[in-house]
Design a protein around this ligand. Structure first.
Ligand SMILES: Nc1nc2c(c(=O)[nH]1)N[C@H]1C(S)=C(S)[C@@H](COP(=O)(O)OP(=O)(O)OC[C@H]3O[C@@H](n4cnc5c(N)ncnc54)[C@H](O)[C@@H]3O)O[C@H]1N2
Ligand code: MOO
Length: 396
């Protein structure tokens, strides 16, 4: 059994980013830039007013002075002339500041009678003028390559005049659930059978991680069926199987993929839940074999599939983010397997469920966090600081 960190390193080492594609801005949220976004315009394009009011010359606009309005410049309609001594031009927020003016007289500090503008309060030079390029200048690199785009980034890309962006293709993840006993939700459940939940949970997690799930039909516990399904997944960037990973006579994933040319990298890791994890390659397609137990499959997906999808998306390789929390109960000494205790979180106190069986989906769905227990971590009293993965933040 290899250590969790080594398993993740071996998985991530073997992956590379998907090819780039171009998408419109409306499709860009959550995608990862394959190319830096460089401003095509300067913003603001000229000195502009930050307020509604009057463009003035500081020397003239002293309290009590009367100025002559010689024009108006609504936003989008710059004033063609310049502001001479004793003159002013009506402006609005975003209007270009005409030549000659060097300050803004706020509308509420002025009294207008026709073209006669009486200054109520002396202006301060440059006040309320946003300088050309205050925000950014043409040629500035505003968004680096390898960044997952936020709503703010999309707005920035639009502002710097990019109608579309070059991003990584979403990693296409084939999901193959195996087992004679599993039936799709809503279908008749065979005698001795259960409803398949893993493929659905994994597909949702793939979406949360920015990927495109390709859910394959359930394969029976039979080598030919698994092999056929796996062949269908060769166009995917990764095939994820669930079930059939362990040591039972019906745990067939490796046996079925072997004749198809499956090259195993490792099988079994020192992790709970998730011990029978499989990692290898079917031709050029990476294959991640997750255990069938629903909690094991999900926890392995958090620890390995999400980081793998990040690398395939062009993001840096790494472990899922962790936070420090206080244990809501005493934690026993751990054994040799890296443990993940499903826990609720209130403020910064994470309390593990009393039962941690890897079949218990309801507890998993109620959990906010996975408390991480390194191999051989000593027993700690309630209130101790421990590391945890927050599930909701990952969409898990
Ligand atoms: N003698 C040993 N037995 C087991 C070991 C071991 O080391 N020695 N490992 C255990 C561990 S740990 C795990 S985890 C499981 C994983 O087994 P498999 O990956 O082979 O999974 P299955 O046997 O196919 O199924 C296990 C369990 O999960 C349910 N299942 C399967 N697929 C789905 C699905 N799509 N949706 C919901 N539930 C699913 C299945 O019905 C079983 O109950 O092996 C232990 N055994
Ligand atoms: O490791 Mo298994 O994944 O304990 O249930």
């Amino acid at each position: 059994m290899i250590a969790l960190e080594e398993a993740r390193a071996r998985i991530l080492d073997g992956l590379s980013p998907t090819p780039a594609e171009t998408v419109g801005l409306s499709e860009a949220w959550g995608r990862v830039t394959a190319r830096a976004v460089v401003a095509r315009v300067t913003q603001p394009p000229a000195d502009v007013s930050a307020m509604d009011g009057y463009a003035v010359r500081t020397a003239d606009a002293v309290a009590g002075a009367v100025l002559r309005q010689v024009g108006a410049a609504p936003a989008g309609h710059p004033f063609a002339g310049s502001v001479g001594p004793g003159e002013t031009v009506r402006l609005f927020t975003g209007s270009f500041v005409p030549e000659g003016a060097d300050a803004i007289l706020l509308q509420e500090d002025a009294q207008a009678e026709g073209a006669r503008i009486t200054v109520g309060e002396s202006v301060v030079v440059a006040r309320w003028i946003r300088r050309r390029g205050l925000d950014f200048a043409a040629g500035d690199t505003l968004i680096p390559a390898g960044r997952r785009l936020t709503a703010r980034d999309v707005g920035l890309a639009a502002a710097c005049n990019h109608p579309w962006l070059t991003v990584r293709r979403r990693p296409r993840i084939g999901i193959l659930a195996t087992g004679d006993e599993i039936a799709l939700p809503g279908e008749p459940i065979p005698a001795g059978g259960i409803v398949s939940s893993n493929a659905h949970a994994l597909a949702a997690l793939v979406r949360a991680g920015g990927g495109e799930p390709v859910v394959l039909p359930i394969a029976a516990d039979d080598r030919a069926a698994i092999a056929e399904a796996a062949r269908a997944a060769r166009a995917c960037d990764m095939l994820v199987t669930t079930g059939g990973a362990s040591v039972g006579d019906h745990d067939l994933v490796q046996a079925a993929l072997g004749p198809e040319g499956f090259a195993l990298d490792f099988w079994q890791i020192a992790m709970r839940p998730g011990k029978p994890l499989i990692w290898g390659r079917l031709g050029t397609t990476p294959v991640l074999g997750l255990p069938g137990n629903p909690v094991s499959a999900l926890v392995c997906a958090v620890q390995f599939l999400l980081p793998a999808m990040a690398v395939m998306s062009g993001l840096p390789a790494g472990a899922p983010p962790t936070v420090r929390v206080r244990a809501g109960a005493a934690l026993a000494e751990n054994d040799k397997r890296f443990d993940h205790l499903r826990a609720t979180l209130e403020d910064d106190v994470a309390t593990p469920f009393a039962q941690q069986d890897s079949s218990m989906l309801a507890n998993l769905a109620r959990a906010d966090a996975l408390i991480l227990r390194a191999p051989f971590a000593p027993a700690v009293p309630a209130g101790s600081i421990v590391e945890a993965i927050l599930l909701r933040a990952l969409g898990a």
